[in-house]
Design a protein around this ligand. Structure first.
Ligand code: HEM
Length: 422
């Protein structure tokens, strides 16, 4: 008798491998075509791969929504960021236990989230707007110095989002190169371009976490001695249940905001810009009516879905979309798949800044782990978009873009454009 027959589980679906294959994310059109078939035929698909925990691939909007909302059933754990077993075994062996907000659950999570919650409330984020605008204007000006040709992703967008997160943290611009290297080391480890001299992604990740620790330990020491009004001070002095955040929890708090706050937003901008350049009619509408920037930002974030998935773990049996999930099973929520679900979005495979259903986007997740920085991200996307379109008279693709190969956070990493300034 097959394993499937003896356990009552369906047969594994080999098509699910695409959800965790780094290289597959370098061809998102092909990825979406194949995932659309999976979503249609087998929306909660069992996936079994060598070296990975067995997981259920969840590709329908309604099911991703349910997993996200039912935090009582589906818990975040130290293995919430999808990765092969060896990744976690090595981190365990060297004593690094991922403990950021996305790795913890329940009351503990709520208490840790509370440490920075005020910082990310709409009123606080509104106060950041002048700084975001100033940084956006600086990078739009930088385009003028680049003689009508640049890599919009690497030259403008990435340093822009990085500068914003550095500003929020209150750390100097001189640390930007290091921070860029470290965030790419963590999220882009599988991409050959970011691997550098490292023999394999795992060694790079391990080295990166150690370097993050050295960097943030020094900042912690400084902000404890000389508190300021920045976010680094809030995390360095964070208290839960009357006690300072543990060393490991503090390190991962710093890491999650630095990484989640940077690569994600830059991929939304680069991939969103790519689509605007491929749709000159929408670009022209946006240039004529800057009030459309908010709607355009939403569509850019839906279209790109830079966070590709998270892994949740079932703490009790549960029926999801007609499929029985057993206690102990892993469930992978695919945000790009949910964001192209034809049951929710009209013409989901079309980029459309005028879409009526933009508010259904799931790029930021939902429920208790809903993206803490969604308001910052939205402001960054629409502010840089407006600043660039305000400064350029015309802009077009100069060559095909290049895509990052990563199954966790990825998107367009190089976007060659040519343009004329006003
Ligand atoms: C377009 C940009 C972004 C996207 C697509 C994105 C996406 C996400 C997603 C999918 C989650 C998990 C949600 C869930 O499990 O339900 C998340 C969590 C998180 N994000 Fe973002 N994010 C973005 C930008 C940012 C920014 C700018 C920051 C910080 C400045 C940030 C900080 C965080 C943090 C701290 C969490 C963990 C929240 C928790 O577990 O309680 N993100 N984000």
């Amino acid at each position: 008798m097959s394993d499937a027959a003896s356990t009552g589980r369906p047969e594994p679906d080999p098509r699910g491998e695409i959800l965790v294959t780094p290289g597959a994310f370098a061809d998102m059109d092909g990825w979406h075509t194949r995932v659309a078939e999976l979503r249609r035929d087998n929306p909660v698909a069992l996936v079994e791969l060598d070296g990975w925990p067995r997981f259920w691939a969840v590709t329908r909007h309604a099911d991703v929504l349910e997993v996200s909302r039912r935090a009582d059933v589906f818990h975040n754990t130290t293995r919430s960021a999808p990765g092969p077993d060896v990744q976690y075994d090595v981190l365990d062996a060297i004593g690094i236990k991922p403990s950021s907000l996305v790795h913890i659950h329940g009351d503990v999570h709520q208490k840790h989230r509370q440490v920075t919650n005020d910082w990310f409330k709409p009123a606080a984020v509104r106060r950041l707007q002048p700084a975001i605008e100033a940084i956006a204007a600086e990078f739009a000006d930088r385009m003028a110095d680049l003689d009508g040709n640049c890599d919009l992703a690497a030259d403008i967008i990435v340093p822009f989002t990085l500068r914003v997160i550095m500003k929020i943290y209150g750390v100097p611009e001189s640390d930007e190169a290091l921070m860029l290297e470290l965030t790419q080391g963590l999220f882009g480890a599988a991409d050959p371009e970011y691997l550098g001299d490292f023999s394999d992604p795992l060694t790079l990740i391990t080295d990166t976490v150690a370097r993050f620790q050295t960097y943030f330990d020094a900042i912690t020491e400084d902000r404890r001695a000389k508190p300021t009004a920045d976010l680094a001070t809030v995390i360095a002095n964070g208290v839960v249940d009357g006690l300072p955040l543990g060393d490991n929890e503090r390190l991962w708090y710093f890491i999650i905001v630095a990484t989640a706050g940077h690569d994600t937003t830059s991929y939304a901008l680069s991939g969103g810009f790519e689509q605007l350049l491929r749709h000159p009619d929408q670009l022209a509408a946006l240039q004529q009516n800057p009030d459309l920037a908010g709607a355009a930002a939403e569509e850019m974030i839906r279209w790109t879905s830079p966070v590709r998935s998270f892994m949740r773990w079932a703490f009790e049996d549960h029926e999801l979309g007609g499929t029985r999930i057993s206690k102990g099973d892993a469930v992978l929520t695919s945000y790009p798949a949910a964001n192209r679900d034809p049951d929710v979005f009209e013409r989901p495979m079309h980029f459309d800044i005028f879409r009526p259903d933009a508010d259904r986007l799931l790029s930021f997740g939902l429920g208790v782990h809903y993206c803490l920085g969604s308001q910052v991200a939205r402001r960054e996307v629409r502010t840089l978009l407006s600043a660039i379109l305000d400064r350029v008279a015309s802009i077009e693709l100069a060559a095909e873009p290049a895509w990052a190969e990563s199954h966790f956070v990825s998107g367009v990493k190089h976007l060659p454009v040519s343009y004329t300034m006003r």
